[in-house]
Design a protein around this ligand. Structure first.
Ligand SMILES: Nc1ncnc2c1ncn2[C@@H]1O[C@H](COP(=O)(O)OP(=O)(O)OP(=O)(O)O)[C@@H](O)[C@H]1O
Ligand SMILES: [Mg+2]
Length: 296
């Protein structure tokens, strides 16, 4: 029952047809009087929201001397709120490094990353941890639920860790949205893989994060279950105004996104709007035929 037809394109930066989607706009990262956006024009127009996430000249190098690997070679990218982006590329192209840097789990060697308008690259480790807990959602291939907590407690965990009030009504609502309203009191171990991933999606959304990062979220699921999970990520974007960045190897998964970015040799070499499984597969074939590191 994949709901692929609920798409609503939100390619234009800052457009937000429903106003502050799910409570985003008025959050703690609201814009100052000189809010970015830079569209000029009508001085009475509502200020443009900052991109959910923005990377400028982001570089990450591993190792030294002979063994140096340039995992990211200068990534420039801005993702609008309420957008769904797939990140693709051959093995070793830098997808995980990109995700880790963008999510504040790793620090770039150069460049800037802004989350909801706030520069995060210079933050202290403690501040970065706080920020990850409250302003970033994660969905992993392996679900990463805590087996000793109930489904609802798992969903509430980010708020608990962030020291925020645990919003049980929101947890219940999110569990309803992902079709698990009946299972709030169960343990994750009693759920199927697809159900566990749906819990993880609810958990990723509980704090109304600036960005949800999903790393191969369907890698451990069968095709039908994968479609359900992708449909839920799509719905989180369309009906809750979430911003999703998903690393995937699967062209069908990428086709749920508004946009597919292709990495090769640590650089963005392609940017495909409205990806279809076929167009994505064609790009991937072209990329893997090209020597890694060659420019687009
Ligand atoms: N901790 C590390 N130390 C040294 N090199 C690393 C490290 N992590 C990644 N690399 C190198 O950086 C490059 C990018 O790796 P990355 O894991 O980001 O690729 P990927 O696109 O996620 O690949 P895959 O599809 O296989 O997961 C690769 O050449 C990899 O070998
Ligand atoms: Mg990887």
């Amino acid at each position: 029952m994949a709901r692929r037809h609920l798409r609503r394109r939100t390619d234009e930066h800052g457009t937000d047809p429903d106003g502050p989607g799910g409570g985003h706009g008025s959050g703690p990262y609201g814009l100052g009087p000189h809010g970015p956006g830079g569209h000029g024009g009508d001085p009475y127009a509502a200020p443009q929201a900052a991109p959910a996430i923005e990377l400028r000249g982001v570089r990450r190098t591993y190792g030294r001397g002979e063994g140096t690997v340039q995992a990211l070679r200068g990534i420039d990218l801005a993702l609008a709120r309420g957008s769904f982006t797939a990140v693709m590329g051959p093995s070793g192209s830098g997808k995980s490094t990109f995700l880790q840097c963008a999510a504040g789990l790793d620090r770039p060697d150069a460049g800037e990353i802004r989350l909801g308008g706030e520069e995060i690259t210079a933050l202290s480790e403690n501040r970065l941890t706080e920020l990850r807990r409250s302003r970033i959602g994660f969905v992993f291939q392996s679900f990463n639920l805590l087996p000793s907590l109930s489904v609802e407690q798992n969903v509430l965990l980010p708020q608990r860790l962030a020291g925020e009030r645990q919003d049980r009504a929101r947890a219940r609502d999110l569990l309803e949205r992902v079709g698990l309203g009946q299972h709030a009191r169960r343990r994750p171990g009693h759920l199927s893989g697809g159900q566990q991933q749906r819990v993880a999606i609810a958990r990723a959304l509980i704090t109304r994060p600036d960005v949800v990062f999903a790393d191969e979220p369907t890698g451990a699921l069968d095709t039908r279950t994968a479609h359900e999970v992708l449909g839920l990520l799509r719905q989180a974007v369309d009906s809750l105004g979430a911003t999703v960045v998903m690393v995937t190897h699967d062209p069908v998964a990428a086709s749920f996104a508004d946009r597919a970015l292709f990495l090769a040799g640590g650089a963005i070499v392609d940017d495909l709007p409205h990806p279809s499984p076929q167009t994505v597969a064609d790009r991937m074939v072209a990329l893997t035929a090209r020597p890694v590191g060659a420019a687009a």
